[in-house]
Write a protein that binds this ligand. Structure first.
Ligand code: UT7
Length: 326
């Protein structure tokens, strides 16, 4: 039976760090509010000359090196992002160009914070049917480019960065054991970037009203986030015939420490087996999980044979859960 295994990981965080204390000087907020309500302490901001594809390129170079493959072996590129370089071409197209890889299929996935896991699920399917042998899957965002700096409810929550993996086939007892995903467009209005698309093209008015920025009804999203994160984690475990006890490491999407705590309580996963970096990177939407995966791997928190659970939730609304054995 062919499964997909993660051959290598990489991540990139822009140099500039913005702390909660820095935010106190910019909007009406406090370190105390941000820390207690979310768990966030600091986040990275991309430099002015960096586009989302540049972040992917940095993360991808490390993932390709870690996978010990030649970049010419890659036959598919998938990037999860909601802050692409342009409306089109896709960020993945720019990545193919900037990495200097031969013309191969490359496309973006728009599933907000679930974008990387959606990408992994798609890549896994291509590998299982033999349509791809080495897939570069990334999650990347420059969220600070799509923020309304006057909306303190939302702007303090996000940061910038990218993570990438190389996926390839294996016939050993490891790799992606289960995948679970879902979406509910009925709740799409709770978290969206209202203007700039065909429904509301850019005008002076949309710019003045800051409708090209992320709009989130945080409180309502929170309730769905808790339920769907729990559902995604538990279903992915069930599909892999595992329970919370079998999890060696859980890498949750990092939107709010309170969502993570509620999820691990319900899925019966101990806190010490949960990877938490929200304090350092905040919410980087689709980039959050691949960055966590890379950091966990490079710091020795993932060993051969470990069962790693990942689950995410985001705008759409979308959600996904995956179990991978290393
Ligand atoms: O990435 C995946 C999708 N996103 C999520 O999963 C995010 C889900 N939502 C959340 O994490 C939380 O709802 C937030 C962190 C966004 C907000 O936390 P909350 O505990 O739900 O706060 P709230 O929206 O109920 O606001 C409580 C109070 C309000 O004041 P009043 O009306 O009680 O006087 C807000 O105005 O906190 C106020 N507030 C702030 N105060 C200081 C909101 N933002 C700030 C701020 N600094 N930055």
């Amino acid at each position: 039976m062919i499964r997909s295994e993660i051959l290598g990981t990489g991540s990139y965080l822009p140099e500039k760090v913005v702390t909660n204390k820095d935010w106190e000087k910019m909007v009406d907020t406090s370190d105390e509010w941000i820390t207690t309500r979310t768990g966030i302490k600091e986040r990275h901001f991309a430099a002015e000359n960096e586009a989302t594809s540049d972040l992917v390129v940095e993360a991808s170079k490390k993932a390709i090196e870690d996978a010990k493959i030649n970049k010419e072996d890659i036959d598919l590129i998938i990037v999860g992002t909601i802050s692409s370089d342009n409306a089109y071409p896709s960020t993945a197209n720019w990545v193919q160009k900037k990495l200097g890889i031969k013309p191969i299929p490359s496309f973006d996935i728009s599933a907000a914070c679930s974008g990387f896991l959606y990408g992994l699920i798609v890549a896994d399917s291509f590998i299982k049917i033999g349509a791809a042998k080495k897939v570069l899957v990334a999650g990347a965002e420059i969220m600070t480019r799509i923020m309304n700096w006057e909306d303190r409810n939302t702007c303090v929550l996000f940061g910038d960065g990218a993570g990438a993996v190389v996926l390839g086939p294996t016939d050993e007892d490891k790799g992606i054991l289960s995948t679970y995903w879902g979406a509910d467009g009925n709740l799409g209005d709770l978290l969206k970037q209202p203007a700039g698309g065909s429904a509301m093209p850019a005008t002076h008015e949309t710019v003045d009203k800051k409708l090209h920025a992320v709009y989130m009804e945080g409180n309502k999203v929170f309730k769905h986030a808790v339920l769907r994160m729990q559902e995604a984690a538990i279903k992915a475990l069930e599909l892999a015939n595992l329970t919370g006890n079998d999890v060696d490491l859980y890498i949750p999407h990092q939107a709010n420490i309170r969502i993570i705590e509620a999820t691990i309580e319900r899925a019966k996963i101990p806190l010490e087996k949960t990877f938490i970096n929200i304090d350092k990177i905040a919410n980087i939407s689709a980039a959050t999980i691949p960055i966590g995966l890379d950091q966990a791997k490079k710091t020795g928190r993932i060993k051969p044979g470990d069962n790693v659970l990942m689950s995410a939730f985001g705008g759409g609304l979308t959600w996904a859960g995956i179990v991978v054995r290393f």
